[in-house]
Structure formats: structure tokens, C-alpha cells
Ligand binder design. Structure first.
Ligand code: F0G
Length: 420
């Protein structure tokens, strides 16, 4: 085990070695469940932490104090590759020939990519019909995964894939798989690395299945126990208001980890009530459109370790925040922007102090969901209403509208002079 986190920097000098180049296996000492020379890698985890002045201004955090962690730079375009490479490595180590997952799109894109690049396993993916964004569906199809579209949502797909995996002996790579979370710890190691091993005040992350939040809490808890960091950051998990199980349970009903003795009946009762009222998750942030988050228990443990808070943000807030990220950064998909919308809310509430150092995790690439982006910026009211109006989105305050011009040089020049 390294005596300081800075010791990991020496790995970079040996980046001709694929396991040193990988932003996951560079930290193998902190997730040593398979010998390092047997770890699969496709070059995941080359991601960036950048300060964003525009997003600082938008959220009310002091300039230079707000950072965006771009996990969309991973090979499959989302943070999932951090966890998938770990689960995939474990699957191979036990001789699996097929791997399966249910997905809102990014987990499936990631699994499909690892299968297509390495040819070590066959991917079987379950998606809710009409529930995944086009960028993600196109990846699964292009990478050659067996794609099973279920008439239902993510929770239905999750229930079925568990049954199928048990029946056919297929390796399950959803974040119920603990090795996924081991890999996702490395997102936090890279954040620390980019901050020269200083712990930020806040980590703000979207909450869906709650794998990230669980993994982040574990990462910091372990580093603290090992004496490699001297304090814990605070954690903010942001739900979409249309998929707010965690928010309801933690902030409205007072569910706590309670040192390992959470009131589990609270969760059961909530799910029973959801079923009785036929409540189903519904949000433009399709990545986090989830009713029953599989890592709920681990997440409330992380919230205890990191003195965490949970908030919900509307689809309107998500899309406005997404437009702001795009206008002053690399962009992100809707679910990712929940972290920025949540930060804005927490600053307004006085929970986050404007002078604190805040890291928002941007979980997925801008190109994952072109439908939502184009609808936000469109001049076509019908398209806006169809995609966004149905979600309660009324305005596009930060829209950048395309300018229509006739196919005529003079008119084009006139338009450019007028608008630029
Ligand atoms: N952001 C994006 C872009 C996601 O794809 C997901 C989850 C989340 C946030 C939520 O992360 O589950 O760790 O709380 N997507 C899963 C999928 C469910 O199937 O791709 P979490």
C-alpha cells in the first residue's frame, strides 16, 4: 500500500504499460481483487477535472472554486467504464463467457464496448422499450450486443435480468455487482489527483441507481481509514424530481444508515405505497429514471460517512443547467446536469457556501442524448412541446436557436452581420 497518495503519480511515468495508463488500474493498490497483470483495460479513466467560470457564475459559487469532472471522456462516453472494467475483469477471472445488464443506456453501452473491443465475452443487454436515449441505443447496436427491449421501464428490465442471469448462469454487471463500485471509487482518486491530493469541500453527483454515491463514500472512508486523507468531503446526491425515491426517503421521511441499523421497513412501505398508487419514475433525464435504486442501503451509508444531503431538481432546472454546462464547457447529458442544478439549489439555500470548493460530477457525454438537446434549442414549438413540454418544461431561457436563411449569399451575409 502506498504511504501517500502522491506515490500514484509515479505510475504515470510508466504509461506505456496499459495498466499504468488506465485511470482505473493506476490505483490498483486500492482495489486489488485480481492480480494487476490480469486486469482488462481499454484505456478508460482518461478524464479531466476543469474549473468552469460560467458554471460558477450560474450556480453562485465563487469563480475558481467550482470544478467539473468530465466522465463523458471515457471510451463509451460515460463514467460507467470505470466500474465496468472492474466487473468485466472479475467476470473474466472466474471464466464467464456471457455478461448481462439492465440499463437506462450507459451501462449497456459500456458493457457492449468492452465485449466488442476485447472479444472476451458476449453482451446481453435489457433495456426498457423507448426508455433509452438514441446515442446510447446506437452504441449497443453498433457494438454488436444482444439487445433485448422489454415493454416496461428500467425497474422491469432490472427484475427480469436478475431472473435470466440466475436461470442461465450469466454474469450480471449491474451495480448490484460490488466490483462495479470498486472501479467507480477511482473517479474520486482522479479528482483528488487533479486537486494535488487536496480534499474538496463538496462532491455533487446525480443519483439514479446510487452506485456512484455509494462508491464515492467508500472511496473516501477507506482513504481516511488508511490515513491517506485527513478529512472527508461532504456529499450531495441529486435526484430528478420525477425519480426521487432517495430524496423522499432521506429528506422527507428521515431514513438514515444509523450505524448499520437503518429502518428497512420504511423502504418497504415506500415501495408498497408506490405500487399501490401506480407511481412510476418519469424524467427527461432518462439515465436516472429509476424507481427502486439497487444501492439504496450503501448510499445512505455513504451519506452518513460524508455528512451528506439529498436534493431533487425539476426537468426545467436540469435542462437549464445542461445548457449552461454546454455554453461554458464540454457539455453533458441531461442526468449529469442534475449535479449543477443541485449545486445551484444548495448555494441558494446556504448549505453550500460560495467560497467552498465544489466538484460536480458530469457523468455522461453531451452526445448521448441529442433529442433532448435539440428540442431545448429548437425553434419548432411542436418539437419542443412533444419532447419537453410533456415533462413540464416551459421555457428554454438559455436556448441558442439556429437561424433560418434562404439559399442566397447576400441573405446569408446579412444574417451573419446581424447575429454575430
Ligand atoms: N448519470 C448517468 C449519465 C447515468 O447513466 C447514470 C446511471 C447515472 C447518472 C446515475 O448513476 O446509478 O450511480 O446513481 N445509469 C445507469 C445505466 C442506471 O443503466 O446506465 P448511479
Amino acid at each position: 500500500m502506498p504511504r501517500s497518495l502522491a506515490a500514484f503519480e509515479q505510475k504515470w511515468a510508466r504509461r506505456h504499460d496499459p495498466q499504468c495508463f488506465s485511470g482505473v488500474w493506476r490505483f490498483h493498490d486500492l482495489l486489488p481483487f485480481v492480480p494487476v497483470d490480469q486486469c482488462v483495460t481499454v484505456g478508460e479513466g482518461q478524464t479531466l477535472l476543469l474549473p468552469s467560470e460560467g458554471v460558477s457564475r450560474y450556480t453562485g459559487v465563487q469563480p475558481g472554486r467550482l470544478y467539473l469532472q468530465y466522465e463523458g471522456m471515457n471510451p463509451s462516453g460515460s463514467f460507467k467504464d470505470n466500474g465496468m472494467v472492474a466487473a468485466f475483469t472479475h467476470a473474466r477471472s472466474i471464466g464467464a463467457s456471457r455478461a448481462a445488464c439492465a440499463s437506462t443506456g450507459n451501462t449497456s453501452a459500456s458493457l457492449a464496448l468492452y465485449c466488442s473491443v476485447t472479444r472476451l465475452m458476449k453482451a446481453v443487454i435489457f433495456v426498457g422499450s423507448g426508455k433509452i436515449a438514441y446515442g446510447k441505443l446506437s452504441q449497443a447496436l453498433d457494438y454488436g450486443a444482444l439487445t433485448v427491449q422489454i415493454s416496461g421501464d428500467f425497474d422491469d428490465a432490472m427484475a427480469r435480468v436478475k431472473e435470466v442471469a440466475a436461470e442461465l448462469g450469466i454474469y450480471l454487471v449491474n451495480s448490484v455487482n460490488p466490483f462495479r463500485l470498486e472501479g467507480q471509487k477511482t473517479i474520486m482518486y482522479r479528482v483528488l489527483e487533479a486537486l494535488r491530493w487536496e480534499v474538496p469541500d463538496w462532491i455533487v453527483v446525480p443519483g439514479g441507481n446510487l452506485g456512484n454515491s455509494s462508491a464515492f463514500g467508500k472511496a473516501f472512508h477507506e482513504l481516511h481509514q488508511l490515513g491517506l486523507i485527513d478529512r472527508m468531503p461532504r456529499l450531495a446526491v441529486i435526484n430528478a424530481a420525477g425519480a426521487n425515491t432517495l430524496y423522499r426517503l432521506v429528506e422527507q421521511q428521515g431514513l438514515r444508515w444509523n450505524d448499520g441499523r437503518p429502518k428497512l421497513e420504511m423502504i418497504c412501505n415506500y415501495y408498497d405505497q408506490m405500487d399501490a398508487e401506480h407511481l412510476r419514475a418519469s424524467t427527461i433525464a432518462s439515465a436516472i429514471e429509476i424507481n427502486r435504486p439497487v444501492n439504496l442501503n450503501k448510499c445512505i451509508r455513504a451519506l452518513q460517512w460524508c455528512d451528506g444531503v439529498v436534493r431533487e431538481v425539476t426537468d426545467q432546472e436540469i435542462l437549464d443547467a445542461k445548457a449552461q454546462v454546454g455554453a461554458s464547457g464540454f457539455g453533458c447529458e441531461p442526468a449529469s446536469a442534475a449535479s449543477v442544478a443541485g449545486t445551484k439549489k444548495l448555494v441558494a439555500e446556504g448549505v453550500i457556501d460560495p467560497g467552498e470548493r465544489v466538484v460536480c460530477i458530469l457523468t455522461g457525454h453531451q452526445l448521448k442524448d441529442p433529442t433532448a438537446t435539440v428540442a431545448y434549442h429548437t425553434t419548432d414549438q411542436e418539437q419542443f412541446n412533444k419532447v419537453l413540454g410533456s415533462r413540464g418544461v416551459r421555457r428554454a431561457a438559455y436556448a441558442n436557436r439556429a437561424v433560418g436563411v434562404p439559399n442566397n449569399l447576400d441573405e446569408i451575409i446579412k444574417a451573419i452581420k446581424l447575429y454575430s
